[in-house]
Design a protein around this ligand. Structure first.
Ligand SMILES: *Cc1c(COP(=O)(O)O)cnc(C)c1O
Length: 410
């Protein structure tokens, strides 16, 4: 046990995050809302300051030095993203504003590829951003949405998935890890079975990327999406990976500058990948900082991160369950460091407010996953999500705060 903590020197890592030194309501901040957004290390903050201090310029069109420096840095960042996700080509990495944007590019792009009666399968564990775009796609095309149900542990019922698949299935969408429960879904199996019936697969990696380094070629996945802000990067930037064959088949999502080849009023031809999907001035600084964030996380090592976070998960689960009346939602053996819970019939919001007074940041509510809350017949949960810069001492503070809230509210 002690060994892993030595491999990942958490006290040293905490020095990298200036925000972890601040106080909230007179108490040291305990930040357990990592599943909503991660905190930002100094190297990433420095990269942002460096960009705006030294080479802020628009990219891809300038002959002047600053524009060339910015273009080079942005394209180096794309390469870093390519290497991290192990895409075959850099042009298969579309830099977007985040997971939601990436999903919408694909969902809109499929409009002309589907016809009435085609089927799209999604999982019951989805984030709203991975439900609504598909419902809109179904409305446009007459395709039918099918749902892989979940069981009480918060796992997908794979037998039903087998039954849902048929030659009518054109697309399958699921997250790799549920943001509400932390369940790790069996995406290898999901992808392979979808391919057996000729369907394309999009994996939402927003919640898994902070914990697991994906290999898109190994997974043989058609589309993969994620956001930088859950990976120690800034908000407003993320990626859409797509196999070139798919990205070439999909139409552009937005018209504008940067995505064209030739424009006349009679006809416009589109630029090649990745620019076809990158209309307008992108989040240049954000993209560069995303690359730096990936370097930072890789320098710590995803194996170390996963091992350490599992320790935090085990410790937090054990300690929280010692509180009488506390129930954890999402009890799969395959889960990551997210603990969603309620105590008796106390409203999650009331507990969240009291623990905030004690300096502890947790999320309360439906976590953009109302269907999961409906399944458990609850309005929401309290969610504590741990990152590699959190400690067991912080979990002790969470547990003490929750106990205090429970006493005040029952
Ligand atoms: C956070 C999250 C999203 C949405 O990401 P944005 O950055 O808000 O676009 C989608 N899916 C999952 C699983 C998430 O955790």
């Amino acid at each position: 046990m002690q060994k892993e903590i030595d491999m990942l020197d958490v006290q040293k890592i905490r020095e990298d995050f200036p925000i972890l030194k601040r106080e909230v309501n007179g108490k040291p901040l305990v930040y357990f809302d990592n599943a909503a957004t991660s905190q930002t290390p100094q190297v990433v903050i420095d990269a942002i300051v460096d960009y705006y201090s030294n080479y802020n310029a628009n990219i891809h069109r300038g002959v002047h030095t600053l524009s060339q420096e910015a273009t080079d840095a942005y394209e180096i960042a794309r390469k870093k993203v390519q290497n991290h996700f192990n895409a075959e080509h850099a042009h298969e990495i579309i830099l977007t504003s985040g997971t939601t944007h990436s999903i919408n590019i694909v969902a809109t792009g499929f409009t002309n590829l589907l016809t009435k009666g085609d089927e799209i399968i999604v999982s019951a564990l989805e984030h709203h951003s991975n439900i609504v775009p598909w419902q809109m796609l179904c409305e446009r095309t007459g395709a039918v949405l099918k749902v892989i149900p979940m069981n009480v542990e918060g796992e997908l019922v794979m037998d039903v998935y087998d039954q849902l698949l048929s030659e009518k299935t054109k697309l399958v969408f699921t997250n790799h890890i549920s943001n509400a429960l932390g369940t790790i879904n069996p995406i290898e199996e999901i992808i392979q079975k979808a391919h057996n019936v000729g369907a394309a697969v999009l994996i939402d990696g927003a919640q898994s990327c902070p914990h697991i380094k994906p290999d898109v070629q190994d997974l043989d996945v058609d589309f993969y999406v994620a956001s930088a802000h859950k990976l120690c990067g800034p908000t407003g930037v993320g990626l859409l990976y797509g196999k070139s064959a798919w990205l070439n088949k999909l139409p552009p999502y937005q018209g504008g500058g940067e995505m064209i080849d030739q424009v006349t009023f009679e006809k416009t031809t589109y630029a090649g990948l990745p620019h076809k999907f990158e209309a307008g001035t992108p989040n240049i600084c954000g993209g560069i900082a995303f690359g730096v964030a990936l370097d930072y996380m890789n320098s710590i090592g995803f194996d170390n991160i996963a091992e350490y976070e599992n320790e935090l998960l085990d410790y937090g689960t054990k300690k929280l369950l010692e509180i009488e009346g506390l129930r954890i939602y999402g009890t799969s053996k395959h889960k990551t460091s997210v603990i969603s819970f309620n105590i008796d019939n106390i409203h999650p919001y009331d507990i969240g407010s009291i623990v905030d007074k004690l300096g502890v940041a947790v999320r309360t509510g439906h976590h953009c996953a109302q269907p999961i809350m409906d399944f458990y017949k609850i309005p929401g949960t309290i969610r504590a999500s741990f990152s590699f810069y959190n400690t067991k001492e912080e979990i002790d503070i969470l547990v003490a705060s929750v106990k205090k809230a429970k006493m005040m509210l029952s």
